[in-house]
Unconditional design. Structure first.
Length: 165
């Protein structure tokens, strides 16, 4: 039996904290309400996450039909499809999901990312998976350990059975 992950992102907010912690701001928020229901394209992602003046960035998987804006209970949300057996947006023979790497336009001592998501009924948490998060420096991902202390990444992960890591 094949199940796919239906991830619904209704709001993505980045919270930035200054050194004093007295000033808390949300310099970046995406809520998908301005988009019409239908495919979520690279052009839409570029609107929500504008290309930076400098730094590495990318938009993967939007134009392959893996993401769409849908109305869920009166709110526009982003649905991302992850077919069974896939790992990342550039997998072959079948890619899955979507990915946006985008430099945050501010620096701070502490940052938080917040989002709401829902897994499709019957989703099988088999081998494990990762959810969106933050990275810094060289943005090491995929289990690569930095050797010089020049980068990091932090994402929520799960293991078999849905155990959160």
């Amino acid at each position: 039996m094949r199940f796919r992950l239906r991830t619904l992102f209704s709001l993505i907010t980045l919270f930035v904290f200054s050194e004093s912690f007295a000033q808390v701001g949300a310099p970046f928020t995406v809520d998908f309400e301005l988009h019409s229901a239908g495919p979520y394209t690279t052009a839409m992602a570029r609107q929500d996450f504008p290309p930076p003046v400098s730094g590495s960035y990318w938009y993967y998987g939007m134009d392959q039909g893996r993401s769409e804006v849908v109305d869920e209970g009166g709110n526009k949300v982003l649905r991302v499809k992850y077919p069974a057996g896939c790992v990342g947006p550039n997998d072959t023979p079948i890619g899955c999901g979507m990915q946006i790497k985008w430099p945050i336009p501010e620096t701070a001592d502490t940052m938080w990312v917040s989002y709401r998501l829902k897994f499709e009924t019957g989703f099988e948490f088999v081998k494990g998976g990762k959810l969106p998060g933050l990275c810094g420096g060289k943005c090491y991902t995929g289990g690569i350990t930095p050797s010089q202390g020049d980068g990091w990444s932090a994402r929520i992960m799960w293991r078999p059975g849905g155990a959160v890591v």
